[in-house]
Write a protein that binds this ligand. Structure first.
Ligand SMILES: [Zn+2]
Length: 262
């Protein structure tokens, strides 16, 4: 049995509370915790024990999703490419990334924060509208900045950092995030696995550090290739490396009947 408190629920707010919120049948809530969930329209559903999940929806197939671990990296606007590497400079593709058209560039920069610096941070191309820096929470401690967990492009209210290149430096006023883990999927893959753009997937990693990722947003597009993107902290917590597989075991808070037991 666990006692679920308002404080514990508040701590979950930053990463998002699943709706419905699954608890064991003998878990207890404090009155403040009940009000907290009611006030946010979050339903509570109980399961009896870990081996008697009640299946809520069907998945036509069990889908395995390859893992892509993202180390810290930088996306640059063309203006910042030129500030760091010189007027008219173009990024040099080093190797393609899993998503079509994206590449890791030969070029790297140094990140400089109030507490320290990290050298050799890879730039991903092509250049985009505005510069964005994606680091892990652990990197944040090294640099002395503590960015929020955000989806790519959601930069309002984020901290900045200084980028140092061979021909100059750029002090970004904002644009540093810890990337929220997400799945990319093609239309065809989404159809065969019963998933729609924006669904929150439940992914299970089976191994020495078996872990459930209960709330992973999926982005569906014909230009995407199937991939589960996590950062280095998440990869280490789950003992995952690029190319490993995780399993789709449910979506939107409900476990699939074929795979929801363990
Ligand atoms: Zn991604």
């Amino acid at each position: 049995m666990a006692l679920i408190t308002e404080t514990a629920l508040r701590a979950m707010l930053r990463s998002g509370i699943p709706n419905p919120y699954l608890v064991r049948a003998d878990d207890k809530f404090t009155p403040a915790a009940i009000d907290f969930l009611k006030g946010r329209g979050i339903k509570v559903e109980a399961f009896q024990s870990s081996d008697t999940f009640s299946p809520k929806c069907e998945s036509p197939i069990e889908l395995s999703i390859p893992v892509g671990v993202s180390n810290r990296h930088v996306h640059l606007s063309q203006e910042d490419v030129e500030n760091l590497f010189g007027v008219g400079y173009q990024l040099t593709p080093l190797r393609p990334l899993s998503q079509p058209g994206q590449f890791a560039a030969k070029e790297t920069v140094t990140l400089l924060g109030p507490k320290g610096n990290i050298k050799g941070v890879r730039i991903l191309g092509p250049a985009r509208g505005s510069s964005q820096v994606e680091i892990s929470k652990t990197d944040g401690y090294t640099l002395g900045i503590h960015p929020p967990i955000r989806v790519s492009g959601s930069l309002e209210g984020t901290p900045g950092v200084t980028l140092i290149g061979p021909s100059g430096f750029v002090s970004l006023p904002n644009g540093v995030i810890v990337a929220k883990c997400h799945v990319h999927m093609s239309d065809a893959e989404a159809r065969t696995s019963g998933v729609e753009d924006g669904d929150n997937l439940i992914l299970q990693m089976r191994g020495e550090r078996s872990l459930i990722f209960p709330d992973v947003t999926v982005r569906v597009s014909p230009r995407y290739a199937l991939d589960f993107h996590i950062d280095l902290d998440e990869a280490n917590a789950a003992n995952l490396s690029t190319g490993d597989q995780v399993h789709l075991v449910g979506k939107n808070g409900n476990w699939f009947s074929t795979t929801g037991r363990w």
